[in-house]
Design a protein around this ligand. Structure first.
Ligand SMILES: [Zn+2]
Length: 180
């Protein structure tokens, strides 16, 4: 009788331990899966593979000296001197380096700052945001997400609906007029 009880006990204990380790295993598996998933979409996602990477020499050949200075050397055109600060035409503003569509004319507004200003980009995934503490100022730099070209800065003193002001160098963009 005691022997049977001991055997039964060992059996039950064995099964429950086996079950415990099994659930523990499946839990870690789920955990690993949920962690690795976002990473794999990041590294294999469209955004990464669509990036355009060129050498400085290649960019120098393709861009005008002004475009190169702004896009690749993070330069800034003087206020009220660019092509687009006072433009009111309907159309799309694209990256001068890689032609990614960045801003629509219907999000452009009169900021009075001397650079073309928009309250939102066509798609925020086409913009890279980076803290910029140069010149003793706390600003947020905006770059083209596809080619990494410097575009300008974004400030939080814009109009509704976003309250943002994308202050962009004309020289970093080209304008495609809307077909009539
Ligand atoms: Zn670009």
């Amino acid at each position: 009788m005691i022997k049977i009880a001991v055997v039964l006990f060992i059996l039950i204990a064995g099964v429950s331990i086996w079950k415990l380790t099994d659930t523990a295993k499946s839990k870690t598996y789920v955990k690993e899966k949920s962690i690795s998933n976002p990473d794999s979409t990041k590294s294999n996602g469209e955004n990464m593979s669509d990036k355009i990477i060129k050498t400085d020499e290649e960019w120098k050949k393709e861009l005008t000296p002004e475009q190169y200075h702004i896009l690749r050397e993070k330069g800034t055109e003087r206020a009220f001197t660019g092509k687009y600060w006072d433009s009111h035409e309907l159309g799309t503003y694209i990256c001068a380096a890689c032609s990614t569509e960045l801003f629509e004319s219907d999000t452009k507004f009169e900021s009075g700052c001397g650079w073309p200003s928009y309250f939102e980009p066509i798609d925020s995934s086409r913009i890279i945001y980076k803290d910029d503490n140069s010149f003793g100022m706390k600003r947020t730099e905006v770059m083209c997400a596809i080619c990494g070209g410097h575009l300008g800065h974004v400030f939080d003193d814009g109009p509704p609906p976003t309250g943002l002001r994308y202050c962009i160098n004309s020289g970093s963009m080209k304008f495609i007029p809307k077909e009539k």
